[in-house]
Design a protein around this ligand. Structure first.
Ligand code: AP5
Length: 226
């Protein structure tokens, strides 16, 4: 299965992707996580991306496309969930080229109000060691500032301040919302009300993906019996 998760900053892409990959055995490819990894390792890509990320702007398409083409190339036949990519129509067109004869099965579009986004982002805490994500009100760790999974010290991302979030939201409407329209014309988009709590959102996602999986299995059986 090849899935794209779209949504504004803080819509819950990373949170729900982790559960999707666990349930369906897919590879999670987050452009933001790969960029942060490059920054932590001080690679050339990480250095080039830094100023864009810190201001809430988008990293140039050519850098992102090359990075994601490499990541997708390593997933083999396993299937993947794309989180944060594509984020411009140019990136979506390049993704079509990367996939060639393979197709995206579904685009899950997480819709959230702007005020909720700001609350979610400014209250988010992440574990730099294992990538687990928490929220100071809605998804608290058992012990304050300590990761439940690995015991790492939780941190606030440098781009999770109110001013930078506003900039990220503006970029989302200007550059990423048209990507939803691009996939809508291909009839791939499933809209999800992501203002709801995390359990409600993931239940909707699982229901949709379970149905999709069933349909794909049926199709394979039909093709064999033809
Ligand atoms: P990236 O890391 O992709 O950031 P983003 O898209 O802004 O998304 P976030 O990671 O902030 O949010 P999320 O939707 O994953 O929310 P989460 O699940 O954590 O990108 C960072 C930067 O890298 C960009 O600004 C850009 O510079 C660059 N970049 C990355 N990809 C690029 C690309 N393709 N092209 C160009 N530049 C690129 O949830 C947020 C919080 O809310 C958490 O605390 C969570 O616990 C909580 N929460 C989640 N869901 C719920 C819910 N349903 N109810 C209550 N709380 C919830």
């Amino acid at each position: 299965m090849r899935v794209i998760l779209l949504g504004a900053p803080g819509a819950g892409k990373g949170t729900h992707c982790k559960k999707i990959v666990e349930r369906y055995g897919l590879t999670h490819l987050s452009s933001g996580d790969i960029l942060r990894q490059n920054r932590a390792e001080n690679t050339e890509l990480g250095r080039k991306a830094q100023s864009y990320m810190d201001s809430g702007g988008l990293v140039p398409d050519e850098l992102i496309v090359k990075m994601m083409a490499e990541a997708i190339g390593k997933t083999g036949k396993k299937g993947f969930v794309l989180d944060g990519f594509p984020r411009t129509v140019e990136q979506a067109l390049e993704l079509d080229n990367i996939l060639a004869n393979e197709k995206i099965d579904i685009v899950l579009n997480l819709e959230v109000n702007d005020e909720i986004i700001v609350r979610r982002i400014t209250g988010r805490r992440s574990c730099p060691a294992c990538g687990a994500v928490y929220h100071i009100e809605t998804m608290k760790p058992k012990v304050d500032e300590v990761c439940d999974k690995c015991g790492g010290k939780l941190m606030q991302r440098p781009d999770d301040t109110e001013n930078v979030v506003k900039n990220r939201i503006e970029h989302y409407y200007a550059q990423t919302a048209p990507v939803v329209d691009y996939y809508r014309t291909k009839k791939l988009v499933f809209d999800i009300d992501a203002n709801k709590g995390p359990n409600d959102v993931i239940s909707l996602i699982f229901k949709k993906l379970d149905n999709l999986k069933r349909k794909q299995k049926k199709q394979v059986v039909n093709n064999i019996s033809l």
